[in-house]
Design a protein. Structure first.
Length: 251
């Protein structure tokens, strides 16, 4: 069984507000009596994609200096920029290709996929990323349940803001999942609202935003609720491959 913490959309921008909200969630997760197996961070880590924003994120998430108490797995969102993300967050040479990474644990595997399109707010899992997913699944041989994590949800969420910047090419993703029953579910961010639905017959869970919460159309204006507390999710992937998700706010 895997227990995975999940945060998204920190939008660190150098302001005290963004830092305080991210640190508040970080402190709650770091202090959990039972540690999760990993923390998933599904994009929009930085607001402008600058090296200084990623340096702050690296320090806050325990990727530099004081280590995090569990593995921290990240993928980019539409506000992130690949070259400074690689250099200042991951400590790797700057490069512009997709930022994909795999983490294999005894109870399952997580593939952190790059759905960003440089210079745009909509999303796409490109040919290179699909090839990478296929090769990782081949290596695993279908022996473990696998979660795919990326930024853009592949279905409408019934709000005009996130639905204006969707993941394109979802038919290809659905075809992949039809061929790969070991894919137990999808974990995404982008929408700044916790949500749960299905895609291609598997669970699709959208994490809450740290920086602000999306007001749905029937909740009124303004769209961004900046006073709502930041949130996180806890996902349990059990030995049967069933995904169960819980949501929390940090007051």
């Amino acid at each position: 069984m895997l227990v995975l913490a999940h945060i998204s959309d920190l939008h660190l921008d150098g302001t005290a507000r963004a830092t305080e909200r991210a640190r508040r969630v970080r402190d709650r997760l770091w202090q959990l009596p039972q540690r999760p197996d990993a923390l998933l961070v599904t994009g929009d880590i930085a607001d402008h994609g600058t090296e200084s924003e990623y340096e702050e994120a690296a320090a806050l998430l325990g990727l530099r200096g004081a280590d995090a108490p569990f593995p921290v797995l990240t993928c980019p969102g539409n506000h992130d920029r690949r070259a400074p993300y690689r250099k200042a967050l991951l400590g790797r040479p700057a490069a512009d290709g997709p930022v994909n990474s795999a983490h294999v644990m005894p109870g399952g595997a997580v593939l952190m996929c790059d759905s960003s399109i440089p210079g745009r707010d909509d999303g796409l899992l490109d040919a290179e990323t699909y090839g990478w997913i296929e090769s990782r699944l081949e290596e695993l041989g279908g022996e473990l349940p696998v979660l795919l994590a990326f930024h853009h949800p592949p279905v409408p969420l019934h709000h005009p803001l996130p639905d204006s910047f969707p993941l394109h090419g979802s038919d290809r993703l659905a075809a992949l999942m039809a061929r790969r029953p070991e894919i137990a579910g999808l974990i995404t961010g982008h929408a700044h609202t916790p949500a749960a639905t299905t895609f291609a017959g598997r669970p699709l869970v959208v994490g809450p935003g740290v920086t602000w919460t999306l007001r749905l159309p029937w909740e009124g204006e303004p769209i961004a609720d900046r006073d709502a507390p930041p949130g996180f999710a806890l996902h349990v992937l059990d030995d049967t491959g069933r995904l169960t998700s819980h949501f929390r706010v940090v007051t």
